[in-house]
Design a protein around this ligand. Sequence first.
Ligand code: 13P
Ligand code: SF4
Length: 363
Amino acid sequence: MNQHTHYIEEAWTRAPVTPPERQRALIERIRALLKRERAVLIAHYYVAAELQELAEQTGGCVADSLEMARFGRDSPARTLMVIGVRFMGETAKILSPDKRVLMPDLEATCSLDLSCPPDAFGAWRDAHPDRTAVVYANTCAAVKARADWVVTSSVGLDIVAYLRARGEKILWAPDQHLGRYIQQKTGADMLLWKGACIVHDEFKGIELGLLRAEHPRAKVLVHPESPASVAEQADVVGSTTQLIRAAQTLDAREIIVATDIGVLHKMRALAPDKHFIAAPTAGQSATCKSCAHCPWMAMNGLSNLAAALENGAPEIQIDAEIAARAHRSLKRMLDFAAARGKNVRASGDLARDQALFENTGAA
Ligand code: 13P
Ligand code: SF4
């Protein structure tokens, strides 16, 4: 049984369901509250389609985790409403300590964050003082505070390649699949924590091979949190934004997608002539508790979004000392991405988006 089963089941019980006849009124209410509170919506591609659309229509953004961080930091809004999972809200707060950061539900966690408690990570970090600690953004503020670098899937490969060129040995946490992928691509000396994403971990290499045999012309897009048996069959491995960009540009009418199905909303909008197929999680014999959809992302809905704006709660709070230390490792990542001129958001303008694809590719 998956070690996070209890949390996953709990998350699904908290996932709000809005009857269609209530949606319009709630959306109008949220629009008014955004004005009243001078707030902006910052959403991830995995949340419900109506939330993604509302964020874009109201001057906010829908993006991958790196661009969410950057958008929040640069926004003039007084209040940031982060529609995603908790580490994304924490990142926004660390980068903008003077802004109020709200979320629809603070219990929206992530299995990678759960797998990497600060004490255990701190002990591991202390045992390897000779290594550079690189942690994935999907961690809590206290883990980021003990890291030298934070990375997201859109810049992790570039940053580790850069560190390797400087002769640094890496301590990597918590996603073992992303860590192994980066290790293989860069040849870096990396010690890997054993965490995994409960959504991507369930994509199956054997079943993907069978699906590809049924669709021989299809191209395969894979998020690097997926197991090696899946990533090695990919035409493109990359962050959610990078996969969306690939969906637009790849010369294929059929595209198999190994990441949370929430991303299909944007892919279909930007490439309406293509047919998208969700990668298999083993059909009848699936072991996943949350097949191809993140239970914590699903905890965001119109009703708890409206309530959070109305009440000014729940609000992200982070100990000031931890936040200051975490800021250093996060800022390094953002400075690195800026120095490389790395665009991290698929604007739909193919020429402008070119930099998204440096260093992405097949496994
Ligand atoms: P991205 O940075 O690619 O958006 O990924 C975040 C995440 O949690 C994927 O599961
Ligand atoms: Fe975490 Fe996986 Fe959900 Fe992303 S999809 S937030 S990695 S549990």
